[in-house]
Design a protein around this ligand. Structure first.
Ligand code: OGA
Ligand code: NI
Length: 333
């Protein structure tokens, strides 16, 4: 519990255990803002919508989504209530703090504090969301508005995910319902990145790709950087927009057509940053493999079939050994 960054006050120096080795440190180099990340208007011309989403997912693996239908007030309420959560007194946070990754709703810090070599400058509150009635009773009781706001928000994010899955299915030429039928799990992580005395030495999150189908990120401040052609580019938040990115599992199902792109989070010397990530997963027992229709005409499957929960395990072990998590699933073509 005392490991949480949000309970430490007055941090004047970066503690030794948070200082990254020189090769993974962000350093002082200026990272340009990513002007070209596609901005997609969900209420825009529908004939263009599908190619826009498909192209962005092939080329960048990332896009920002505007006019997505989730009320602005609700977005602000969710950001406010998660910020309030991290500001709660230590004794309130202690009730849900846990070092055990198997705990379904938990507050923790960094990624795997007990086992990792260097810590990351982040506290996180993580829990499943869908279906709401199975999960919300395990969510934090404080702040008093948390369950209501996050409950309403996660229902909206689930609806949006179904909509995006349908558009992506169509863009890939899959039959209607192919992807929506596979998704079953929605996990939410509220991330709190406190101000850091020296952002050149630390990261909020290391370079990683997400394991899921898609991630829908709510944010209001910069800090997220995306790897494009070997260079880091900063994403400029647009008001009330979501940042959507393709995860490893959808890259595999699309047989490599859509890209799961690596990203990282840098810290800020003056301001704390709070973000809300929603991860969309298949059921844990689901078999995952490239869609048959995408390997019909003289192309070969790039990945072998596996059970999703086994992938979650190998993702963690591979990450520890700094191995690319998709490598062991690749087929020789
Ligand atoms: C994540 C992630 C980005 C952010 O949670 O996987 O990449 O800006 N978050 O918080
Ligand atoms: Ni991520």
């Amino acid at each position: 519990m005392e490991k949480l960054l949000s309970t430490k006050t007055d941090l004047k120096f970066v503690p030794e255990s948070y200082i990254l080795p020189p090769d993974t440190r962000p350093g002082n180099t200026e990272v340009p803002f990513f002007e070209t990340i596609p901005v997609i208007d969900l209420k825009g011309e529908s004939a263009q919508l599908i190619p826009q989403i498909t192209d962005a997912s092939k080329e960048y693996g990332f896009f920002q989504l505007i006019n997505h239908g989730v009320e602005e007030k609700l977005l602000q309420d969710v950001l406010d209530v998660t910020k309030e959560f991290f500001e709660l007194p230590a004794e309130d946070k202690a009730t849900i703090f846990s070092d055990d990754p198997k705990q379904s709703c938990r507050l923790y810090t960094s990624i795997d504090y007990m086992n990792e070599q260097v810590h990351y400058w982040r506290d996180a509150l993580k829990h499943p969301c869908h279906p709401l009635e199975e999960h919300s009773q395990f969510w934090p009781q404080k702040p008093a508005q948390y369950r209501e706001m996050v409950g309403r928000y996660s229902v909206e994010v689930w609806k949006l995910s179904l909509c995006l899955m349908d558009l992506i299915s169509e863009g890939l030429g899959l039959e209607p319902g192919y992807l929506t039928e596979m998704i079953e799990v929605q996990l939410m992580s509220a991330n709190h990145y406190p101000a850091c005395p020296d952002p050149s030495l630390t990261l909020g999150l290391p370079k990683h790709g997400d394991v899921d189908f898609i991630t829908i990120l709510l944010q209001e401040m910069d800090g997220l950087q995306v790897l494009k052609d070997g260079h880091w580019l900063a994403i400029k938040p647009l008001p009330n927009a979501f940042v959507v990115n393709i995860g490893h599992t959808l890259q595999i199902i699309s047989n490599g057509k859509l890209k799961s792109v690596e990203h990282r989070v840098v810290t800020n010397q003056k301001l704390a940053r709070t973000t809300v990530s929603s991860f969309i997963y298949p059921s844990y027992n689901r078999q995952i493999e490239p869609a048959q229709v995408l390997i019909k005409d003289n192309s070969l499957p790039l990945y072998r079939a596996f059970i999703f929960k086994d992938f979650l395990d190998t993702y963690i072990t591979d990450t520890y050994q700094r191995k690319p998590p998709l490598e062991r699933y690749k087929l020789q073509v």
